[in-house]
Design a protein around this ligand. Structure first.
Ligand code: SAM
Ligand code: SF4
Length: 329
């Protein structure tokens, strides 16, 4: 599928739940209201959507959330999609997780064909971890990370750079990731959804972080891409990579190859825009696979050129009202 700006759309991110066992301060309000079950796609409906995307040329699927591993029965989806790896049209099946359930699921994920997992970890300090996640325990996440490594999954650590929270730790985190063979990907906060707080206080431009890291580490530019928006550097001292996702300071839209399906069956053609197509209705009104495929192609034809994220004092409202946990990060 080629969008109106000539970009091949080959990557589908699928949120399987809006629920989570954590409440990260930049992602959710503490008293989040979650969606009623009837609004959430069944795993069979989600699988049918993924199958349609694979038919239409999607080669990479990432399962996300909310916390994907708190969705009951989620392994059935991984198993079904895993069966499409290789000859079935899919090249890669991955997930983004907070790690809390990985001790339980790492082996099963590997058996399903998953080879890489992104785990969110913003800090190595137990107290800061609990402050950022509001009620998480760092040990659970660390145990999950090492269970994933032991299961043979390549682990990439995702950390949101937060002013005054983990900015002094990013150097130590790079050293820790290097010591364990994990790539590290730093993310700028994006203005998505109300969070009970002021985002201008959290926002830390990664251009600043990168120049600080360069005082200690030799960062060699690379052409390495994971099909995502991160710009990667090889860290000479560790042999691992560091990536920077900079939606605010660097617009990555020109190479965008992805669309996002929410757990309610809404397809967002851009993370930072409100235009969307409702597929729950299509899935539930008896439409044939041909009609489903045609609806997907029509939605891709509406993919916008890019986002309009701005974080500043004048613009206090989020750029988009929905939370990252609905669309998937
Ligand atoms: N629960 C899983 C996790 O935390 O990895 C998957 C979903 S989470 C929404 C995906 C990613 O989005 C996480 O790395 C998280 O840190 C990031 N994220 C959430 N809200 C964000 C925001 N407002 N700005 C930037 N990144 C955000
Ligand atoms: Fe949950 Fe992930 Fe959002 Fe944190 S970032 S609250 S772990 S969905």
């Amino acid at each position: 599928m080629i969008d109106p700006f000539g970009r091949a759309i080959t990557y589908l991110r699928v949120s399987v739940t809006d629920r989570c066992d954590l409440r990260c301060v930049y992602c959710m309000a503490e008293d989040m209201t979650f969606l009623p079950k009837a609004e959430i796609l069944s795993l069979e409906e989600t699988d049918r959507m993924c199958a349609a995307f694979i038919r239409l040329g999607t080669t990479k699927i990432r399962i996300t959330g909310g916390e994907p591993l708190v969705r009951r029965g989620v392994m059935a989806l991984f198993d079904s999609l895993g069966a499409r790896l290789g000859g079935g049209g899919l090249d890669e099946l991955t997930l983004t997780s907070n790690g809390s359930q990985l001790v339980r699921y790492a082996d099963a994920l590997h058996a399903a064909g998953v080879r890489r997992v992104n785990v969110s970890l913003d800090t190595l300090d137990p107290a800061t971890f609990t402050a950022v996640t509001r009620w998480g325990k760092i040990d659970k996440t660390l145990d999950g990370i090492f269970a994933a490594k032991a299961a043979g999954l390549a682990v990439k650590i995702n950390a949101v750079a937060l002013k005054g929270v983990n900015e002094d730790e990013l150097d130590a985190m790079l050293a820790w990731c290097g010591a364990h063979g994990f790539d590290l990907c730093l993310i700028e906060t994006m203005p998505m959804g109300d969070i009970d707080g002021d985002r201008t206080e959290q926002y830390l431009p990664l251009s600043l972080v990168r120049s600080r890291l360069k005082r200690r580490w030799t960062l060699d530019e690379t052409s390495y891409r994971t099909g995502g928006p991160a710009r990667y550097y090889a860290v000479r001292e560790t042999g691992t990579r560091i990536g920077f996702i900079t939606p605010m300071t660097h617009n990555f839209c020109e190479s965008c190859n992805r669309v996002r399906l929410t757990c309610t069956g809404t397809l967002y053609m851009c993370l930072g825009q409100d235009d969307a197509a409702d597929f729950r209705r299509v899935l539930r009104d008896g439409s044939s696979d041909a009609a489903l495929d045609a609806a997907i192609v029509a939605a891709i034809a509406r993919k916008p050129r890019g986002h309009d994220f701005v974080i500043d004092r004048r613009q206090q409202r989020p750029a988009v009202a929905r939370h990252m946990s609905l669309t998937g990060g």
